[in-house]
Design a protein around this ligand. Structure first.
Ligand code: T5A
Length: 212
């Protein structure tokens, strides 16, 4: 079977990483070769860029610098990891990809979407996911999960997580608008429930690939 490129998207605390892991495990149990990655990150250079983007010290990147850093990380990830994996017939499951740029830097930061699309196409050579699972959660659900995780892991919110309620509301609306524009590719999943409830919906969306 040909490789597929599946991405998970959503706002903070929506549970993407949890469902990425679960999908990868389930695919491997079915004998599918799977490469799991995340954005920003997934290569040595992209992980270094991730560190720069999350740096909490003074002189945070301005909106355009932030965009270009995300795109540089993506260009490297596509060239060195995602492209070769798909070419070899493996499935790629990615925690975030281009739709995060449109939502965060476009709807969130207010950079023009047409420029983002052009720059993003240049960065990733026009590569698009076969399917994107958008995990949609109510703001109060997301905040509750993030606070719980901070308490459990003794960490604090990062620069982007702290961007404020209005920013996060624009993000959520932006993601839903992206999904409405491409309903075949972007599937909206109600991610307010338990991990098992969310997984049922993820699995349901995989049915078209005749895997489960
Ligand atoms: N970004 C990224 C941009 O601005 N532009 C871009 O182009 C790209 C690619 C990445 C940041 O960069 C921004 C977006 C982000 O702000 P990150 O650290 O990778 O930073 O952050 P996130 O991608 O937001 O990932 P998180 O790990 O913070 O959140 P997840 O992956 O959504 O959630 P997950 O699975 O780790 O779960 C969070 C907590 O909730 C629990 C988990 O156990 C965990 O404690 N949980 C649930 N609890 C109850 N019910 C469920 N269904 C649960 N699912 C998970």
């Amino acid at each position: 079977m040909a490789g597929r490129f599946i991405t998970f998207e959503g706002g903070e605390g929506c549970g993407k990483s949890t469902q990425c892991r679960r999908l990868a495990e389930a695919l491997r149990e079915k004998g599918v070769e799977v490469v799991v990655t995340r954005e920003p990150g997934g290569t040595r250079l992209a992980e270094l860029i991730r560190g720069l983007l999350k740096d909490e010290r003074d002189d945070p990147p301005c909106d355009r610098a932030e965009l270009l850093l995300f795109l540089a990380a993506r260009a490297q990830l596509v060239k060195n990891v995602i492209g070769p994996a798909l070419a070899s017939g493996a499935w790629v499951v990615s925690d975030r990809f281009s739709d995060s740029t449109f939502a965060y830097q476009g709807y969130g930061r207010g950079l023009p979407i047409d420029i983002l699309r052009m720059a993003n196409d240049f960065a990733c050579g026009g590569l698009k996911p076969d399917m994107t699972l958008l995990l949609d959660v109510r703001p109060e659900t997301a905040i509750g999960r993030m606070r719980r995780r901070e308490a459990e892991t003794n960490t604090s919110a990062d620069r982007i997580e702290l961007a404020g309620a209005e920013f996060h509301a624009r993000l959520r609306a932006g993601f839903l608008e992206l999904a409405a524009a491409e309903p075949d590719r972007i599937r909206v999943i109600d991610a307010n429930g338990t991990p098992d409830e969310v997984w049922c919906q993820v699995r349901q969306n995989m049915i078209q690939y005749n895997i489960f």
